[in-house]
Design a protein around this ligand. Structure first.
Ligand code: MCA
Ligand code: AMP
Length: 515
């Protein structure tokens, strides 16, 4: 028994087939097998043991896939880090996960941060010997390592919550294989498919559906170093049959097609476009069909649960909905008392309820955080998502909001309002801060902040202070977390208990468009 994700690595019939194409570099399944074994030998020789956490902070590149597959085959726990993260965000993940090794460029900010930690992880550069192409004599020599059990922990993915600090989501190989297998099976992934993979490879969307989906089906991925409209058009013209994106990517493709309608020809050969990680506006869904003749298949998921709801492949892909439970899952809507909402006579649940899910692809829990884990599940193993939806008479779920105003999704990235507020409060001229997500056609939500000046902060004008705060945030956190609009108020609107009424702040930003 070994990792379900390496079956095709060791299949002689797949050996000459391209698995991942990165620009001019193509890794066939056979080359990938050789390179992952060479890397695993090097990793073990450097003293890192199976079960240890290996953090990785690299852009989309061959070394990322080589390390991931070696980790899964031999039971090292893969801990991806968002490449946009800054010092404190990286330090938290390295410390919380207890990473034994960090794969990152020697001259990166992450490497410097790691070196300054009390228990620094071993730094492995993507240009170091374990990642080199091994000499022919060593090619067939397998590493002296036991294959991982399918129950082994595969990934720890850090995700934001309502508190400031991100939590590590533990995903076993079994859960990943069950869920990625079910979802991509529903969408008919096959070895004849080619995926245009422009998603970042540090989240479950790109890493799970993209890289692991490719591996489960023995297909080919054209991996873009980063998303660009031109890159996606080129991959489609080169024969990609599938594109998976977040709504911001579809929005950018649509803006391009509005300006260059002739480029719709690039879409003719692809059979599937999927969207997820945030709500795809129904208007973009319809515009996409008008331009390309294809209906996007929208689905819903979460790092903790995998992909749980999906529109059908063959049936109607209904705009503004996320479809039904994926095979292996159940989904239901519950009221504030935690009880399932009762459908009306037509079978619809019109009253918004929180989505709860149960299934074979859920996380094992939050890494070293039994309290948060216990708070997320009920006694019967149902997971509380925090997302609010209705369900129509045909069973299609429609997401209408989120229980917490402190979780924001921008461009498919999840953010914690609290984390940004904590950084704003660190500015000497700020005494109170409230961060909200305001609806935005391109990003889904746009980060906006209302602040109150510290009593003795009179040396700058309101405008100067508002201008100083976005760079203050982006020096300390990933730049996508910086507020796109800041307003200075005399006081924040609060209820009788002193809690900030964030719903009253949102309208204030409608007149403050991003610069
Ligand atoms: C970049 N910027 C952003 C974002 N990304 N601002 C707000 N939200 C964002 N998501 C800002 C940068 O701070 C910068 O601003 C400017 O945009 C240009 O930065 P750049 O890096 O060039 O941007 P980009 O490469 O065009 O990125 C846009 C993107 C990216 C491609 C849409 O955000 C992205 O890859 N999103 C995908 C996230 C994802 O994979 N999520 C899946 C989570 P400035 O210049 O002012 O500093 S998993 C999940 O949700 C579950 C499991 C599920 O269901 O899938
Ligand atoms: P993450 O923690 O990054 O995995 O983000 C998971 C969250 O993304 C979910 O809890 C939802 O709020 C959001 N999400 C994912 N897919 C969709 C979708 N199709 N529509 C609306 N929200 C979505």
């Amino acid at each position: 028994m070994t990792s379900p994700f390496v079956t095709y690595l060791h299949d002689p019939e797949a050996a000459s087939r391209p698995a991942f194409v990165f620009g001019d570099t193509t890794l066939t399944y056979g080359e990938l097998a050789t390179r992952t074994h060479h890397y695993a030998r090097g990793l073990a020789a450097s003293g890192v043991c199976p079960g240890d956490r290996v953090a990785l902070m690299l852009p989309s590149c061959p070394q990322l896939v080589i390390a991931l597959l070696a980790h899964l085959e031999f039971g090292f726990v893969h801990v991806p880090i968002n490449t946009r993260y800054r010092g404190a965000e990286v330090a938290h993940i390295l410390t919380d996960s207890g990473a034994s090794a960090l794969i990152a460029a020697t001259d990166s900010e992450a490497a410097a941060v790691a070196a300054g930690l009390p228990n620094p992880p071993r730094l492995i550069s993507p240009t170091s010997a374990p990642f080199a192409v091994p000499p022919p004599g060593q090619r067939s020599q397998p590493p002296q390592l036991e294959p991982a059990s399918p129950d082994a922990l595969g990934l720890i993915i850090y995700t934001s919550g309502t508190t400031g600090r991100s939590k590590g989501v533990m995903l076993s190989q079994r859960a990943l294989a069950a869920n990625v297998g079910a979802t991509t099976g529903l969408w008919r992934f096959s070895k004849d498919d080619t995926l245009a993979l422009a998603l970042p490879l540090f989240h479950v969307h790109g890493l799970g559906l993209g890289v692991l989906g490719t591996m489960l089906h023995g297909m080919t991925s054209h991996v873009l170093a980063r998303f660009s409209v031109e890159g996606v058009l080129a991959a489609l013209r080169a024969g990609a049959t599938i594109f998976m994106g977040v709504p911001t990517m579809h929005h950018r493709l649509l803006e391009h097609l509005d300006a260059h309608p002739a480029d719709t020809d690039a879409f003719a050969g692809a059979r599937l476009f999927t969207s997820g990680s945030a709500a795809l506006p129904a208007s973009d869904h319809e515009r996409f069909e008008t331009h390309t003749g294809t209906r996007i298949l929208e689905r819903y998921g979460m790092s903790e649960t995998g992909f749980t709801l999906s529109n059908p492949y063959d049936g109607e892909r209904r705009a503004g909905t996320v479809g039904f439970a994926v095979p292996g899952y159940e989904a239901e809507l519950r009221g504030d008392d935690g009880r399932p909402l009762v459908p009306d006579a037509t079978g619809a649940v019109g009253e918004p309820g929180e989505i709860w899910v149960r299934g074979n692809g859920l996380m094992d829990g939050y890494w070293q955080n039994p309290t948060a884990t216990a708070a997320s599940f009920d006694a019967d193993g149902w997971f509380q998502t925090g997302d609010v939806a209705t369900c129509d008479a045909d069973g299609y779920f429609r997401i209408v909001g989120r229980k917490s105003v402190d979780i924001i999704k921008s461009g498919g990235f999840k953010l914690s309002a609290r984390e940004i507020e904590d950084v704003l409060l660190g500015h000497p001229s700020v005494s109170e801060a409230a961060v909200v997500g305001v609806a935005d056609p391109a990003w889904g939500e746009r980060i906006c902040a209302a602040i109150v000046r510290a009593p003795n902060a009179s040396d700058t004008s309101d405008d100067e202070l508002a201008d100083a705060l976005p760079p203050w945030v982006s020096e300390r956190l990933a730049s996508y977390k910086k507020p796109r609009a800041v307003i200075v108020l005399e006081r924040l609107p609060k209820n009788a208990l002193g809690k900030v009424q964030k719903h009253r702040l949102r309208p204030l930003f409608d007149v403050h468009q991003p610069g």
